[in-house]
Design a binder for this molecule. Structure first.
Ligand code: ADP
Ligand code: MG
Length: 288
């Protein structure tokens, strides 16, 4: 049974986008994904976790329509996606993928030109394009870089410019492939603040990462790729599952280890959540 049927049975909303029984192999290669069910619920933050080579990028390309499932199907608002021009346009205005390396995405001379490319391609009137570009640059906190040549930007700035290009399409689902990889701690914090604001304004964000601490802190839900398949659920539940983490060859989140010690020593009441960051642990440990 597909995830959407389960969601209906639970009384939940239809997922915005969903893979049902999805399988994929590259030409002449072994299957990368098999029988994958993944429902992306509107308004939730989803972390896609897996070690290098586990299939995160492939799965994100299936979700955003860059690759097509070999088996199974992709559903948009509960309806199978048609891979014709109209169907793909509908998919791309709903789901936007930002690839891992910004240099694979940026190509125009200036930041504003690059960010305007998608909306212009939709044939939107020029004032609307300008408004979208301004909004996207603002959302990513790079309005001051609008006229800067993209090749003169820092890596973190190029990452934000690439995300702005996707945001300018006003997608309901923003899919980010390892957006924090290569950023310094300050750059990571800035990006998380941006994602938080996008989430508050109603964008659903899916992020691929192998950073379990980041996932635990940021996500509502997790999808974990391992040789046994894809497991989905609330992030705190999945990342507390040692068997799952071992199977997926993921590290145990630092916060889970800290929480276990605190509970074992009777320092954390049952039902109250443990600290999720070193800062939270610091506040928690401070004398009242
Ligand atoms: N274009 C491609 N052609 C052939 N095999 C590929 C291609 N891209 C990825 N793969 C293979 O598919 C598997 C999953 O890769 P990928 O989806 O990139 O994983 P991840 O993003 O989790 O690192 C790997 O074994 C990888 O070598
Ligand atoms: Mg990848």
């Amino acid at each position: 049974m597909s995830g959407s049927v389960d969601a209906h049975a639970r009384g939940g909303a239809v997922p915005v986008v969903e893979l049902a029984g999805a399988g994929f192999s590259y030409p002449d290669g072994p299957p990368v994904l098999r029988g994958v069910d993944l429902a992306v619920a509107g308004g939730r933050c989803l972390a896609l976790l897996g070690r290098n080579g586990s299939g995160k990028t492939t799965l994100m390309r299936l979700l955003s329509g860059g690759l097509r499932c070999g088996e199974g199907r992709l559903l948009l608002d509960g309806e199978p996606v048609a891979y014709d021009r109209a169907g793909l346009t509908r998919l791309r205005t709903t789901v936007q993928l930002v690839v891992q390396d910004p240099d694979d995405q940026l190509f125009a001379a200036s930041v504003a030109q690059d960010v305007s490319f998608g909306p212009m391609n939709l044939g939107l009137p020029e004032p609307e394009v300008r408004a979208r570009v301004a909004g996207a640059l603002d959302a990513l906190d790079i309005a001051a870089l609008a006229d800067r040549p993209t090749h003169l930007l820092s890596y973190g700035q190029r990452k934000r410019a690439a995300i702005a290009g996707a945001v300018a399409m006003r997608p309901r689902v923003l899919v980010l492939d390892e957006p924090t990889a290569g950023l310094d701690p300050h750059g990571q914090e800035r990006l998380l603040a941006v994602l938080e604001r996008l989430g508050e304004s109603g964008t659903t964000v899916v992020m691929a990462t192998h950073d379990v601490d980041l996932a635990l802190r940021w996500a509502d839900d997790a999808a974990v790729l391992s040789p046994a398949g894809l497991r989905t659920g609330p992030v705190a539940e999945l990342l507390a599952d040692r068997g799952l983490l071992e199977g997926a060859r993921l590290r145990r989140p630092w916060a889970m280890a800290a929480e276990e010690v605190l509970r074992a020593r009777g320092l954390l009441e049952s039902g109250s959540p443990g600290p999720r960051t070193p800062e939270e642990l610091g506040r928690w440990a401070a004398p009242a």
